[in-house]
Design a protein around this ligand. Structure first.
Ligand code: BG6
Ligand code: MG
Ligand code: MG
Length: 212
């Protein structure tokens, strides 16, 4: 029934969600803001400036736009150091098999990540060529949970949203998929990703024939 699949990147295909966590934690703590896994859950899938705003909402003072830009840049420089040493061995188990199963089934394959580092990460993982279309996060006006990014991927893949399914690890990402009118496969905790149509613990459990 599906003509296309649209994958998220961070936390689905590779464990960059961990690197985003580490980089935000250091940044938050440098500003005296307590940062833990539970708070980080709210940041997954949220774009860079949006994430910073959520962190600074807990700070004891206000920040100018110039200060915010400097902090976002500092976080990104740290994140870039963390991803610089990535190799294809950093693909999560089941990721390549899932992409190859979709390809074998004749699906078009898109990537919808709000990360401005997505092209670099795909390149380091050696899987750029497995996608028919990768959204350039720099062209997106509204990040997840807005449906814009998944709708853009569908449009560029020349398929209607109802013929697509999305694969996401973030609450905001699942909301984005559902708001786009697509079927959502959550990757992670079923209680956290309750809005998804189906939840699998990781991509080793990806079963195309079960999604309808
Ligand atoms: C998303 C991540 O994919 O990209 C978020 O889930 C991250 O944690 C966001 O903040 C933006 O990433 P970047 O690389 O543009 O700062
Ligand atoms: Mg993600
Ligand atoms: Mg993402």
């Amino acid at each position: 029934r599906f003509a296309a699949v649209i994958f998220d990147l961070d936390g689905v295909i590779t464990d960059t969600a961990r690197y985003h966590y580490l980089a935000w934690k250091r940044l938050a703590e440098s500003q005296g803001v307590h940062f833990d896994e539970a708070f980080n859950e709210h940041l997954k899938g949220i774009d860079r400036m949006g994430s910073l705003e959520l962190i600074l909402a807990s700070a004891t003072r206000r920040y100018s736009d110039a200060e915010k830009l400097a902090l976002a840049t500092e976080k990104n420089e740290h994140y870039k150091e963390l991803i610089a040493t990535m190799t294809p061995s950093d693909l999560l188990p089941g990721a390549v098999a899932a992409l190859d199963d979709c390809r074998a089934a004749g699906l078009k394959i898109g990537l919808a990540s709000v990360s401005r580092n997505a092209f670099t990460v795909l390149d380091r993982l050696g899987i750029t060529g497995k996608f028919d279309y990768v959204v350039d996060a720099g062209t997106i006006a509204k990040g997840k949970p807005d449906p814009e990014i998944f709708l853009k991927a569908a449009r560029e893949l020349r398929v209607t949203p109802d013929a697509c399914f999305g694969v996401e690890d973030a609450v905001a990402g699942v909301s984005s998929i559902k708001a786009a009118g697509m079927y959502a496969v959550g990757v992670g905790d079923p209680q956290v990703l309750a809005a998804a149509d189906i939840v699998i613990p990781d991509l080793t459990q990806f079963r195309l024939e079960q999604y309808k």
